[in-house]
Design a protein around this ligand. Sequence first.
Ligand code: SAM
Ligand code: SF4
Ligand code: F3S
Length: 455
Amino acid sequence: MVLKKKTNIMIKKIFIKTFGCQMNEYDSKRILDTVRKIGFEKTEKYEDANCYLLNTCHIRDKAKEKVYHEIGRVKKFFRFKKKPIIIVAGCVAQAENREMLKREPYIDIVIGPQAYHKINDTILNYSKNKKKEEETDFDTISKFNYLSKIKNKDSKVSSFLTIQEGCDKFCHFCVVPYTRGPEYSRPFSQIINEVKELIQSGTKEIILLGQNVNAYSYKEQNKEFRLSDLILELEKFTGLERIRYTTSHPRDMTEDLINVYKKSKKLMPLVHLPVQSGSNKILQLMNRKHTIEEYLKICKKLKNINPSIEFSSDFIIGYPQEEEEDFKDTLRLIKSIKFINSYSFIFSPRPGTMAADLNLVDKKKSQERLEIIQKQLFKNQINKNKSLEKKIINVLIENKMKDEIKLFGRTEHMTPVIIDGNIENIGKIVPVEISGSSQTSLFGKIKQDYNQKVA
Ligand code: SAM
Ligand code: SF4
Ligand code: F3S
């Protein structure tokens, strides 16, 4: 429905559906900030949309089919109604580009992740000429220059902030270097300005994002700014309580970054460090460019600095040529590091990557291995959560739960906590007495006596 404001500006509604990683979530929010400039407002109901945007992910199988399926559903709903403008954005849009317009004529605009600065022009052009639009150039500098002039309107307690995009590492299984383009680091001052905007809007925790966030490197006047410099700069901001970053590559876990854990009080003690496999043979076949010994050394250094640091990771199970011994190496690694909150998936061949046509491990075998791995990962999580029962821990309260009664927050290790307490605590770090736990969450109530020592 198109409403008319008193000012005579047409208000149009955009519905955005987001798949994939946190960077897509950040992008969707920035797309919304951008299209507001041409009169769009967000709707949670796709039935009301004048514009329907799918922000897509290409990381695993059937991604493309999911998009066509979704479009088919929308097409069916709008069969006898005025059609919304259909936009496909994100990594499938980048990978498939013009082909999408040919295969599904219901799609009007295809726009890749490094072309979002052009989204308003594409919508306006399409509205005027009804000519299909495709924008898939890698123009990351222009994108961030443009977006940095549009206020980040995120007003959440915990906010994402992309500081780095793209990847030059070319792991043999991964589409990211093709869908997000080469590594690019945003200017230091641009990031600081956006941090200020977020803090002004009530953000207490910033999660710095990048496909290889710890490869962040911005050079200005002969000085190089690294992720470690950025964290130490953010540390100075009053009002900002917690800092996190994701996703990291073990190769870029440099000494300066490791040493920040000695200096920073706001950097949280959960390190998400994808390892993919516990076998050096598989790591080499994957082109990961690091060994298990190097990985373990990083974990040890971090633990020596702060024993409360925990690790989470990503695992690919059933990579081509993974044998029983390789799989056991992965299982051994999971048992020794005791990873919490990790992601594990069966290898999914991606078109255009080096591993696309390799001989696959038997499907049933891969499934069995995945189940064993996940059982161990869940066990680690259950044990960790159980060990926190009856303890008092610091929780950043983020919002009310959907039931409107309980509060939702997270521990320093990112574990969700469901809490009995007053809404006045939203945005605060409060001590919570943990009374129960499940595999994924903790349950508790806010401790009245704030001065009591916390775990
Ligand atoms: N840059 C990060 C790193 O180096 O580990 C990972 C970013 S990637 C967007 C997120 C995760 O997706 C990877 O860590 C990997 O486990 C998973 N992934 C990527 N390609 C995959 C594939 N073809 N099959 C299964 N999982 C995949
Ligand atoms: Fe993909 Fe990460 Fe490897 Fe880059 S480093 S190719 S994003 S898995
Ligand atoms: Fe998916 Fe692209 Fe992120 S492929 S995981 S949305 S970088």
